[in-house]
Design a protein around this ligand. Structure first.
Ligand SMILES: [Zn+2]
Ligand SMILES: [Zn+2]
Length: 338
């Protein structure tokens, strides 16, 4: 089968590789859609922290936001999975440590992450092998385009839940990228008055296209009480700004990661009686994201700007917008042979 292989920063090839085999407890999936995300770009540039902490190494097979159909099942896997349309959890905990046993497999110290960590091949390929225990079945109303948006959606949904708005609460989302826009959509579905802050005219214009009317550049942000602030940005100064902006007794949610330490003053946190929440992974939010997409309460489809082939994935990771790309922040790859 063909797979996209990242050989070193900026150096890649689409190679003919051995097709995966479903080991005990595993399935092999025919991949139909893969989202390209900021994490993939960080591996492409070499900036990703896991490379420097020894959790990941080149050559790498990227791709952790995916949807497809089960093509083979290994020993011990219920045969009912065969032919099912699925997406999968990126996080693969060891299953036996204290954290895994307490239901926190997404922060297992020994975890693999599909296409990210622990040498676990990702979905930028015609086929992918994953544990059956990581699968989430997709209803018919969640097609492959939406299915590959479940992983970022689960992250964004958890960020929105952590903001915990009551209907009518005013919530500010920092950073109108994929996670920020998805979080804004989940917050809007929950009845919040959503504000978005970004730093490019095009991203702000796109947020307006999605129906968000309270859209601001950093220097034009109105002086309003924000009951919660969700930082989805990669700007090192914004976690502290979020804490300044939030109302006393409010909530700040940290899901964005900067390339350098982004410090906050815990005296402010205590003096304002603010609750701060960090979000790493989609795992506990995947089922709820699937339900929201299936019900149509959140429709992330406009976020997809273009769909490209496996051969066009490299330039996308290098930052090129495909010709005729729409205004959305997400590029998807369809790795199936033409
Ligand atoms: Zn991602
Ligand atoms: Zn574990």
């Amino acid at each position: 089968m063909r797979a996209f292989v990242l050989l070193s920063p900026g150096e890649y090839a689409v190679q003919e590789v051995a097709a995966p085999v479903a080991g005990p407890g595993e399935v092999v999936v025919d991949v139909e859609r893969v989202g390209v995300c900021g994490t993939d770009v960080e591996f492409f540039t070499g900036a990703m922290a896991y490379l420097h902490h020894g959790h990941s190494a080149y050559p790498m097979r990227l791709g952790h936001e995916w949807a497809g159909r089960v093509a083979a099942v290994g020993d011990g896997v219920a045969p009912g999975w065969l032919g099912r349309r699925v997406m999968g959890d990126t996080m693969l905990g060891c299953g036996s440590c204290r954290r895994c046993l307490r239901g926190h497999q997404h922060v297992c110290e020994k975890r693999q992450e599909v296409g990210v960590r622990g040498n676990r091949p990702g979905a930028l390929a015609e086929q992918l092998a994953v544990p059956a225990s990581s699968l989430h079945a997709l209803p018919d109303s969640v097609d492959a385009v939406l299915g590959a948006l479940v992983e970022p959606g689960g992250n964004a949904l958890r960020a929105a839940q952590a903001a915990a708005p009551s209907p009518g609460d005013r919530v500010l989302v920092l950073g109108p990228g994929t996670i920020g826009l998805l979080a804004a959509m989940f917050l809007r579905a929950d009845g919040a008055e959503v504000h978005l802050m970004g730093n490019t005219d095009s991203s702000l214009a796109f947020a307006r296209e999605l129906g968000f009317e309270h859209v601001w550049a950093e220097d034009s942000l109105p002086d309003l009480p924000f009951d919660a602030v969700v930082d989805t940005s990669n700007a090192a100064h914004l976690p502290d700004r979020a804490l300044e902006l939030v109302e006393p007794a409010g909530r700040v949610v940290y899901i964005g990661l900067a390339g350098e330490p982004s410090r906050i003053d815990t005296r402010t946190l205590a003096l304002k009686d603010v609750t701060a929440v960090g979000i790493l992974s989609a795992s506990p939010g995947l089922d709820a994201a699937i339900r929201a997409y299936a019900a149509g309460s959140v429709d992330p489809r406009p976020l997809v700007a273009a769909t490209v082939s496996l051969d066009e994935a490299g330039p996308v990771l290098a930052g090129d917008r495909p010709p005729h790309a729409g205004p959305g922040p997400k590029i998807q790859v369809d790795p199936r042979p033409c």
